[in-house]
Design a protein around this ligand. Sequence first.
Ligand SMILES: Cc1cc2nc3c(=O)[nH]c(=O)nc-3n(C[C@H](O)[C@H](O)[C@H](O)COP(=O)(O)O)c2cc1C
Length: 320
Amino acid sequence: MKPILYMAPIQGITSFQYRNEYSRAFRGYDCAITPFIKSVKSDSIKKSHLRNILPEKNDVTFEIIPQILGKTPKDFIVLARAIFDLGYKAVNWNLGCPLLRVRRKGRGSGMLPFSDEIADFLKEVIPAIPNKLSLKVRLGAEENRDLFKLLPELNDLPLKEIIIHPRTGRQMYSGEADVSSFEESLSLTKHPVVYNGDIDTIEKFEVLANRLPMINRWMIGRGGITDPFLPDKIKHLKINTEKKRLDRFASFHKALFEAYRQELSGPAHLIGKMKEVWWYWTRAFEADDKFFLKMTRIKDVDKYLLAVEKFFGGKPKLLV
Ligand SMILES: Cc1cc2nc3c(=O)[nH]c(=O)nc-3n(C[C@H](O)[C@H](O)[C@H](O)COP(=O)(O)O)c2cc1C
């Protein structure tokens, strides 16, 4: 069974610019869930609120599923309908965000202990929206038990699928993904499930694929940013020689930089955005502390471009 690969939403990284340029340079993903869009208390949605998903700004070969963060059914419905009007047949509900300020408001993973509220929300929302609905969840806010209690309550609802990241919100990203709890979750749900967590090498993917033969849908987050070749590797698509891979990496960087240059105003914003991506990319290369340290200090666009050109020109060793 050919795996179906999902690009995970990473707020600040998997923007439309990233998705577009990624899609031009690589082929492995089948789908991308967008970083969350917050629901708002309003009867209409401003175009600027949907900026990241406007069809005229999105040009990719894979499916895009916008994600919504919110806990008020009415606000969710208004936003989901506006998203449908843009042409998106499915939306994803974020029940996984671990940020304390989000959890404290009972949103994201902060809602997971309240399974009755979630079920009521879904019973109100699903019949009122034209889009199919999928969920992205963690094991719980603080305890695994939240998800174990919730899943049986969702079995009679028409959901597209449930994406499970097997950590609690409290854990944030510490420790390892809890694959045993993921397995336990599978026995409690009738819905299609997507596995998400810590897939950062082909070897890790293979271990998980052997352990979870019933899973065919996989979401890749941080590992796919650090190693943009990873989805292609998993799909057994042809991977170039190291030299060609390095060239592809450099041209992917250039394309992403240009895409951001067109959209962002001011060098601080532009360089800041690129540094966010380099935070992941540095792990794809054998340590070049001089370059990476320099990178953290650069504020000027020309100096930035020169430093990057020198870096790739020096044929750094690729670890991915
Ligand atoms: C900086 C950052 C931003 C994230 N933003 C979102 C988001 O907007 N929506 C969401 O559902 N998950 C978000 N996530 C979680 C990822 O989608 C994913 O579930 C998590 O990184 C685990 O997968 P991985 O181990 O493959 O990275 C974010 C993660 C990180 C590190």
